[in-house]
Design a protein around this ligand. Sequence first.
Ligand code: UD1
Length: 375
Amino acid sequence: MSQRLRILNIVGARPNLPKIAPLIREMQRHPDIEPILVHTGQHYDEKLSDIFFRQMGIPSPQVNLEVGSGTHASQTAEILKRIEPVLLERKPHLVLVVGDVNSTVAVSLAAVKLGIPVAHVEAGLRSFDRSMPEEINRILTDAIADYLFVTEADAIEHLLQEGRPREAIHLVGNVMIDSLRYFLPIAQQSIIGSELGLTDGLAWRRFALLTLHRPSNVDSTEKLAELLGAIDAIAAEVPVVFPVHPRTQQRLVQADIAHHPQLHLTPPLGYLDFLCLLSKATLVLTDSGGIQEETTALGVSCLTLRTNTERPITIAEGTNQLVGTNPARILAAAREILRGKNKTGRIPPLWDGHAAERIVETLLRMAPRMKSTVT
Ligand code: UD1
């Protein structure tokens, strides 16, 4: 039998985990593939990392680089330094990275410099806002990756405009939505609703779900206080559940901002509890990228508290609205939804739960070429 295709898969931060889970599951179904999983350790907490491995059945990483937190330069540099010997030792035929976090760009750079091909899953998304660290990570990763797997048609245009060859680009759908579809029935058995007082017997009360962690929204105390002012006004109408990211938690503690009693702050939630709340919420307010997509897949109304999005299909076709960060505008848009004026949407093409299958199928087709580049 010819040699198996060795694919070294990278995870670093929380949003990478629902993306890698279906890919590893699919790779494990193919005897011709030897998947290797490496965690950079960018996120290391039980609640940002370990619980996701357990709940989604992701195998324990063979290697953990344990880079931890740091400035962008030092975190990226540590990943670069620590991944190189792993690549030299494991000799993968391909490195697969997902998303747009520091781990994504750092490992891609180390791999291509060693002549190892890179596949980028979720390529081509652009916010056109270069002050976002993730935008820089996306542009750089896409510039050097060999296989570009995209979730929506706009991404193809962006990559072509940046000079990437058409034959490197594959429209395959959305692996995060693979996870959503796979885990939704299990998530809906979660008891988080009764724990948070959101259910009355089997019925759910109306509630809003909030997440905030973008540096531009939370790193300035004034900005954060302004946004939470709008949220307080929403909390006066319906309970608002706010699982707080550690970055945001640090600012809240420093700033000591008071909040409405119906604004319920919780620690970060595991995947299943959070997905359960997402699927039952009357309204979601967020500055996350992934949650814009998940609400579109679920048909749940979403207000994105940013001035731009790299996921325009969630607006053009889905249930997402970009409302910016002006408190009056956020409140007005939220009230419309609470009055029942929901934006209806449809699920984008290929967000059907089978993206990982398409990716693995493509990689297997390309396997002879990869095996000839790396010995
Ligand atoms: C990172 C990603 C962002 C992603 C987000 C999801 C980059 C540039 N950013 O941002 O794209 O949306 O993850 O969460 O890669 N911390 C902990 N425990 C941890 C990890 C971090 O407490 O396990 C704290 C640290 O004090 C750290 C802060 O959270 O300084 C922020 O973490 P960091 O990894 O720098 O970036 P995120 O804001 O999480």
